[in-house]
Design a protein around this ligand. Structure first.
Ligand code: HEC
Length: 398
């Protein structure tokens, strides 16, 4: 994240432009029919792609690439000028050749990565997918990858290669679309021997994406349990919200760019009062949604009355928070205005006096913040606003 870039403030926007250009190029190729579809979405037509995720870590290579692009662009301009400017044509052409010749292109292995047709595909992170993904994960993946995703399933020791843990930076280092491809088509060692089985015949595209969403929950929850915070930023999952007796609507429309505080309620942890600093999203146990009339009564008394109605929301948020579902009541999570989950408070801490910043853009993760200060929540919110998540997911600069 941004700490990697201190002193190289231009790198992030530069890589953002590169990334946008590469995605746009893929889109253009698709529109003009050079690239067909793969797994129901536009395919990436080339065997390579820009490895923006590597460039982000190595600012030196990024700088060299920027210079090489500038030199090549300059060469092109000089050559075009030479076409029109007769008198100086020879000199301009010579300069163009020199600029192109000396463009300091870094070794291609440093900035190009192998691509697959699904490289740039993604699907939205949703509660529904997390719930479905959990079932498929238990059936198809846990034997090797372990119930908690740490690569310690009962079959792991008997494999040629040890399955990696997802509780760490792995998911952040990979494009979602490339993880999807590997799960569907399997993985192989250099000598061609299979290391991880292919699941194309067992799992539909949608179920494969769903498992990848569940892996994000395993990664987040595992990171919290280890005391390290979330290894990769986690977005508010897609779900439906019902306020009082109004019809349910999608979270994104209801949130309308506001911060969200998610609060897990039950008989012992009643809904909190509404607060203008955020939208309060109530989570209640599966199947135990308060009837609309009760929620409407809360609204009338100034209490929060908007409830997540998508089944599985409780488990998904508890999983992300790294708390067992049975002990989740009373917990709270805060999402920033961009929709990234950022901080968590344990049950019985309404003032966020002992909150944990689980996703700190400045690099520190799993930090305890503002312990015991009266204005702890305000300073937490200010800090979250001041340090937006610039998330780089396998090359996506947000
Ligand atoms: C038979 C054991 C086995 C099963 C079952 C299995 N995996 Fe794997 N998985 C592996 C091994 C081994 C690797 C490491 C392969 C390698 O690096 O070549 C791996 C690697 C991965 C990776 C990392 C890919 C990367 O880019 O590094 C992901 C993600 C993954 N598996 C997801 C899944 C999912 C999802 C399922 C269930 C649908 C699953 N695996 C089922 C053994 C297994």
């Amino acid at each position: 994240m941004s700490a990697l870039l201190s002193g190289n403030a231009w790198v992030n926007p530069f890589l953002g432009v590169l990334q946008a250009a590469q995605v746009a190029l893929g889109g253009v190729a698709h529109v003009f029919g050079f690239a067909g579809d793969s797994h129901g979405q536009p395919a990436w037509p080339w065997p390579k792609r820009l490895a923006v995720e590597i460039l982000l870590i190595d600012a030196g290579v990024a700088r060299q690439l920027a210079l090489a692009l500038a030199a090549t662009g300059g060469a092109l301009l000089l050559a075009i000028a030479g076409l029109f400017w007769r008198k100086l044509r020879l000199a301009l052409f010579a300069a163009a050749v020199l600029a192109a010749w000396f463009a300091p292109w870094p070794d291609t292995s440093l900035w190009l990565a192998d691509a697959v047709p699904t490289s740039f595909q993604t699907t939205p992170f949703s509660v529904e997918a997390v719930a479905r993904g959990a079932l498929h994960y238990a059936r198809d993946c846990a034997a090797c990858h372990g119930d908690t995703g740490r690569g310690d399933g009962p079959r792991a020791a008997s494999l040629v290669r040890w399955p990696p843990t997802v509780v760490g930076p792995l998911l952040g280092h990979r494009l979602d679309g490339e993880l999807f491809w590997r799960v569907q088509h399997g993985m192989h060692a250099r000598d061609g021997a299979p290391t991880m089985p292919a699941f194309a015949s067992r799992l539909s595209d949608a179920d494969t994406w769903a498992i990848l969403d569940y892996l994000k929950v395993l990664a987040a929850g595992g990171g919290v349990r280890d005391g390290d915070g979330w290894p990769v930023p986690v977005a508010l999952p897609v779900l439906d919200v019902r306020c009082g007796d109004a019809p349910a609507e999608p979270l994104a429309r209801w949130r309308a760019g506001q911060r969200v505080r998610a609060v897990a309620i039950d008989a012992s942890a009643p809904p909190p009062l509404e607060d203008p600093r955020w939208q309060t999203l109530l989570l209640s146990r599966d199947g135990a949604l308060p009837p609309p009339s009760e929620a409407a009564r809360w609204g009338a008394s100034g209490k929060a009355s908007c409830v997540a109605v998508t089944p599985g929301a409780w488990d998904a948020f508890a999983g992300i928070a790294g708390i067992e579902a049975q002990r989740f009541a009373g917990s709270q999570l805060i999402a920033d205005r961009d929709g990234w989950l950022r901080a968590e408070a344990k049950p019985g801490d309404p003032a966020w006096a002992d909150a944990t910043l689980l996703c700190a853009a400045g690099g520190g993760r799993g930090e305890r913040v503002t312990r015991g200060r009266a204005d702890s929540l305000t300073s937490l919110l200010l800090r979250i606003d001041a340090e937006p998540v610039r998330y780089v997911k396998g090359g996506y600069v947000h």
